[in-house]
Design a protein around this ligand. Structure first.
Ligand code: C5P
Length: 229
């Protein structure tokens, strides 16, 4: 298969005229790739967790690019035109939000908070407001409304899904793609792109790698174990 793109955590291959094969790697980066490492088994966990969450969301009426799991590290997806936006939904303050406003991690937010960043590594994925998204033509008005509506719905669904499994969903990042006049949920949903805290408040996500907390592989495996029930 022709390799179309290799990113920090995934490789995309052209499979059919309208489908891609996504291969999930064990390589990990953080802080805009200033920190690099390998988390053995991460690719398997991220593929399987993403597949399970895409299936769950599809079953609840969310349209995604997901088609099927092909192997431990690979999934087949619809080919979409990715919007250059990282859409973040936060339930508790953490990470860049906590740093920006001088808040303690875990501070509750009055309501789920939606943020957009411009997907641009060279610029360090800067925050972008909705007006700028429209002014720069990154998404149309209807697309932006669909992205916001879907992200809030995904947030409610995922929060409930993880709560049933003893995990608190702190925040997550989504990406969307255009296909035939619709916007579909795309990319991945995994411990690389979510913050999840267990019953003791211990992070079971990429923060273990970012903050050198140790037990990174175990945390990823634990998330997979709970997701698969
Ligand atoms: O770092 P920050 O607090 O802005 O991240 C918010 C959420 O978005 C976290 O769950 C993080 O893992 C995710 N994220 C991501 N990719 C990025 C930036 C953040 O998946 N480039």
């Amino acid at each position: 298969m022709e390799k179309l793109y290799e990113g920090k955590a995934k490789v995309l291959y052209r499979e059919g005229p309208d489908t891609l094969r996504v291969y999930f790697k064990d390589e990990a980066t953080a802080f805009n790739a200033q920190k690099r490492g390998v988390i053995p088994g991460k690719g398997v966990v991220n593929n399987k967790v993403s597949a399970a969450l895409f299936r769950y969301l599809e079953a609840h009426g969310v349209k995604t690019h997901f088609l099927e799991e092909v192997s431990d590290r690979e999934m087949r997806v619809r080919r979409v035109e990715i919007l250059p936006l990282e859409v973040i939904l936060r339930f508790l303050a953490a990470g860049s939000f906590a740093r920006r406003y001088g808040l303690k991690e875990g501070t509750p937010l009055g309501a789920p908070l939606l943020e957009f960043s411009l997907k641009n590594d060279a610029l360090g994925d800067p925050l972008i407001c909705e007006n700028a998204v429209l002014a720069l033509g990154l998404a149309g008005e209807e697309e932006l409304e669909a992205v916001k509506r879907t992200t809030l719905k995904v947030g409610e669904l995922l929060k409930a899904f993880f709560a049933e499994r003893g995990l608190e969903l702190v925040d997550f990042k989504l990406e969307f793609g255009r296909l035939g006049g619709e916007v579909l949920l795309a990319d991945e949903i995994s411990p690389d792109t979510m913050r999840l805290w267990d019953e003791k408040g211990e992070p079971l996500d990429k923060d273990r790698f970012r903050k050198d907390l140790g037990g990174v592989e175990e945390a990823y495996r634990e998330v997979l174990r709970r997701v698969l029930g």
